[in-house]
Ligand binder design. Structure first.
Ligand code: PLP
Length: 360
């Protein structure tokens, strides 16, 4: 977590512990803290404070949008499971993507019908880092399905893109604090004025009946503090981390053969390095990296006992054998040049070691 976020939340575990829905002075103090956080969040996300709904996580924000729209949902095949599963389980339509993970606009046009209640296309892909052309998606959806709501899962966008430019294009946006240096277990769904989605959680009527449940005051305050800092640092961090990402990818590709960059750099966010390594299996590589305390992911899901390549790579048409060697390395506000140089060394040595073993 960003130190500003930790610092912001600590008082709410001790002196300022009250429930903001109460009526006494301590409750009013907690309510003020939530209101201030809401104003800060609204400012960074380019919406009005009344359009901000605090949720328990990004998954809840996604589920509320998809299920609360109350009809047939359409989404891209590269969505996170937090969108994909509710769409599929409620009879929705999944639309194919191109080789970079960008939704195919022709196929999206064909999928839109008079029954379409909501279209969901992510702002930034969590596995490969591709930035979606939401302006093109919005133009198409408004023309062909004017009654449909447009949602974007912007969980991965905040550190890299100015969300104020996305907000006017869509009706609903999802966020999660732990993706920008806040705590886990708190998120945001923005709901544009005049748009109505049924709540997923009903009860005490908090968040103007849109999300019941006692507010996670410490989490909300920390989310806002992290968001404000991420917004302030965005331009500088984009530049710094793009240079470090290039050093990482070029370093590994220069040291070993058969390393394929999954998505061109100009189509993706600065903090994402996604490689497919020929002739190795991600699982073994991750084991060696973990031993050297390099935390990486393969973006593979272990389904029915067998390692399956990620649904995102499959949708992008990446060859199955190549996808089995996927390696996802992400950079963030704490990443240093020393981290990168060490990662280049360990990743390259580990790939060479695995290839030697498999030849024997
Ligand atoms: N959507 C995307 C694109 C994500 O990367 C994630 C997090 O992994 C989520 C949704 C889910 O967010 P949360 O972990 O807060 O439920």
């Amino acid at each position: 977590m960003r130190p500003v976020a930790v610092e912001a939340m600590l008082p709410f575990f001790s002196g300022r512990f009250a429930n903001p829905s109460g009526s006494h002075r301590f409750a009013r103090d907690a309510r003020r803290a939530v209101d201030e956080a809401r104003d800060q969040v609204a400012d960074v996300l380019g919406v009005a404070p009344g359009e901000v709904v605090f949720t328990g996580c990004g998954t809840e924000a996604d589920n509320t949008a998809i299920l609360g729209a109350g009809g047939v949902a359409v989404c891209s095949a590269a969505e996170h499971h937090a969108v994909l599963h509710p769409v599929l389980e409620h009879g929705g339509t999944v639309v194919g993507v191109d080789a970079t993970g960008q939704v195919d606009l022709d196929r999206l046009s064909a999928a839109l019908t008079a029954e379409t209640a909501i279209v969901s296309v992510m702002a930034v892909n969590n596995e490969v880092g591709t930035i979606s052309d939401l302006a093109a998606v919005a133009k198409l959806v408004r023309r062909l399905a004017p009654r449909a709501l447009l949602h974007t899962d912007a969980v991965q966008a905040v550190s890299w893109l100015d969300v104020r430019t996305i907000a006017p294009l869509v009706d609903l946006m999802s966020f999660s604090a732990h993706k920008f240096g806040g705590p886990k277990g708190v998120g945001v769904l923005t709901i544009s004025d005049g748009v109505s989605v049924d709540p997923l959680i009903i009860g005490g009527g908090q968040e103007r009946e849109r999300r019941s449940g006692t507010h996670n005051v410490a989490g909300i305050v920390a989310l806002a503090a992290a968001l404000v800092e991420a917004d302030d640092q965005r331009a500088g961090e984009n530049e710094r981390l793009a240079a470090l990402r290039d050093r990482l990818v070029d370093g590994v590709s220069g040291a070993v053969d058969g390393v394929v960059e999954t998505v061109p750099r100009d189509r993706k966010v600065a903090g994402s390095a996604h490689l497919c390594v020929e002739g190795i299996e991600s699982e073994s590589l991750l084991y060696l990296l973990d031993e050297a305390e390099i935390c990486a992911s393969a973006a593979s899901a272990c389904a029915s006992g067998a390692m399956e390549p990620s649904h995102v790579l499959a949708a992008m048409g990446v060859d199955r054998a190549l996808a089995m060697g996927a390696l996802r390395l992400t950079l963030g506000h704490t990443t240093t040049i020393d981290d990168i140089d060490r990662a280049v060394d360990v990743v390259s040595t580990s790939i060479s070691r695995l290839r030697r073993v498999s030849v024997r």
